[in-house]
Ligand binder design. Structure first.
Ligand SMILES: Nc1ncnc2c1ncn2[C@@H]1O[C@H](COP(=O)(O)OP(=O)(O)OP(=O)(O)O)[C@@H](O)[C@H]1O
Ligand SMILES: [Mg+2]
Length: 250
């Protein structure tokens, strides 16, 4: 089966006046449809840069990204916006919810922005389904300040999923959360991978989060240094991943 997402020899340099930062130094990877992939590495290793390129939100210095058979590495801003609205979903470390809107309105925002009526018919059903998936049924009318941190992040996950993205990208989605609350988010992501074969690319520096993935790519200094295949498991204990990381000296 062809990959749903493919990176070919990506490099990214940032110009900072007199100096340059080599954030990515030649990254190639493939993501299969339905796969849950984690990109793991220390701070500054290039994870967020890579995720932005994979999602078509930024352009590489060289190399290409092929998403659903189409080269997305040099999109115009308008094309990138269209891709983000229609084909991809994004969850960030900060929840980025609109404070004055309820749970249901925040989740319906992608439709409202597109000029659609999120309160009726199929769209309303879809909003209800994702609310149920992230276990927020009963809290539809709450505003973000009336929710716990974990509930707020689950709203952000639901909002990213409601458009039925072909790939869900998440950049440190548990980074601002305590251990238990972070676990809720990881369970919600895993459930979408398992129940609806959602393709997920998760960036994390945390082995516990990466242990939910089917496969882990380790990134160091702008390169993929190791690949660890865990396979789909019901048990998300980080112990096997930590043992493999120890074997390769991480
Ligand atoms: N817009 C930018 N301008 C200049 N340098 C940048 C920019 N974005 C990232 N960098 C640099 O590129 C390198 C990789 O950054 P990146 O944000 O991808 O790392 P990361 O692995 O996501 O780190 P973290 O875990 O801290 O989020 C770093 O040296 C960073 O300082
Ligand atoms: Mg980052």
């Amino acid at each position: 089966m062809p990959a749903i997402l493919e990176a070919r020899d990506l490099t990214k340099q940032f110009d900072l006046g007199a100096t340059q930062v080599e954030a990515l130094r030649g990254v190639s990877l493939e993501v299969q449809a339905g796969e849950f992939l984690a990109l793991m590495g220390p701070s500054g290793s290039g994870k967020s840069t890579l995720l932005q390129l994979l999602a078509g939100l930024d352009r590489p210095t060289s190399g290409s990204v092929v998403f659903e058979g189409r080269d997305i590495s040099r999109l115009s801003d308008d094309e990138a916006t269209k891709l983000r609205r229609e084909r991809t979903g994004f969850v960030f470390q900060a929840f980025n919810l609109i404070p004055l809107l309820s749970v249901i309105e925040n989740i319906g925002l992608p439709f409202t922005i597109a000029g659609l009526d999120a309160g009726r018919g199929e769209l309303r059903e879809r909003i209800r389904d994702v609310i149920s998936l992230v276990e927020l049924t009963g809290k539809e009318r709450h505003r973000p300040d009336q929710l716990s941190q974990g509930e707020q992040q689950r709203v952000a996950v639901a909002r990213a999923l409601v458009t039925k993205p072909s790939v869900l990208f998440a950049d440190e989605p548990t980074g601002n959360l305590d251990y238990t609350t972070g676990g809720e988010i990881l369970e919600a992501l895993w459930l979408t991978a398992e129940a609806s074969a959602q393709t997920i690319v998760l960036v994390t520096h945390d082995a516990r989060a990466a242990a939910y993935a089917d496969r882990v790519l380790v990134i160091g200094d702008g390169r993929i240094t190791d690949e660890i295949t865990l396979g789909r498991r019901q048990d998300h204990s980080a112990a096997p991943l930590i043992a493999r990381l120890a074997q390769i000296g991480l």
